[in-house]
Write a protein that binds this ligand. Structure first.
Ligand code: C5P
Length: 244
């Protein structure tokens, strides 16, 4: 497989074409951003950690019947994925109140939710990725009714599988963002990445209360270095993958 021209550069990843039209070459960068790019830093080692973390998670999901665009890693910081026609959506699942949800509704962070919440945002940096409800998605023709049903079912299935994975490694999966697209055969599939950049992952101390953030909130909120936290997530996931 050959790495060809760069197709796209995002905030955390670069996408390259390959000699197979159905396969893309993804490079995970060391760049960290927050607040829609308002805060930016280069963090040595982040690209490699996220490349490895998302690969293990996609494999663990596959073992739970959740397919994704992931094919295989090709280097410390790179992986091959299926080429997808992406929906312009940020698909957010929440199990515990935190972040923008806690702020929007005046709920204390850490409040358990009676049931998971599925939220959609339109993926548009210029608009600041605004929230949109199901009627809005249909009225603006962003997705069809069938696509919305499929995407929603997949997001809930990803959440159930991720809850199982993270509970097995002693981590609370607070919330996360995924993206979906259609492959060349027209199948709707999980794509993009699942990493501590896109999930809130909490480790609860022995007192049952103190939260240790093992995700990008460390960077967003200036709480500390992300690298040891991401290393801890990778280590725990790799241990689980070994015994499964
Ligand atoms: O900020 P908010 O509470 O809406 O984020 C919900 C979840 O979605 C968090 O896990 C966050 O890391 C993720 N997210 C993301 N990319 C965005 C917005 C949110 O990965 N652009």
């Amino acid at each position: 497989m050959q790495k060809l021209e760069k197709l796209y550069e995002g905030k955390a990843k670069k996408l390259f074409a390959t000699d197979d039209p159905d396969v893309l070459w993804v490079e995970y960068m060391n760049q960290a951003t927050a607040g829609n790019g308002a805060k930016k830093a280069q963090i040595s080692g982040k690209g490699s950690l996220n490349n490895r973390i998302t690969a293990v998670i996609f494999d663990l999901l596959k073992a739970r019947g959740v397919d994704s665009h992931f094919i295989k890693p090709v280097s410390e910081t790179e992986q091959l994925v299926r080429r997808m026609d992406m929906f312009p959506l940020e698909i957010i699942m929440r199990n515990t109140a935190a972040g923008s949800f806690a702020k929007r509704y005046g709920v204390t962070e850490g409040t358990p939710l009676k049931q998971p919440i599925l939220e959609f945002c339109v993926k548009d940096d210029a608009l600041g990725d605004p929230f949109i409800n199901n009627d809005g998605l249909l009225a603006l023709d962003i997705v069809t009714e069938d696509e919305l049903a499929e995407i929603s079912a997949q997001a809930r299935a990803v959440n159930a599988a991720l809850l199982d994975i993270f509970s097995k490694i002693g981590i609370q999966l607070v919330d996360f963002k995924i993206e979906e697209g259609r492959d060349s055969q027209g199948h709707i599939l999980l794509a993009d990445e699942i990493t501590p950049d896109t999930c809130r992952l909490w480790h609860i101390a022995d007192d049952g209360q103190t939260v240790e953030h093992l995700d990008k909130d460390l960077f967003r909120r200036d709480l500390g270095d992300i690298i040891p936290a991401y290393e801890q997530i990778l280590e725990r996931l790799e241990q689980l993958a070994e015994v499964e």
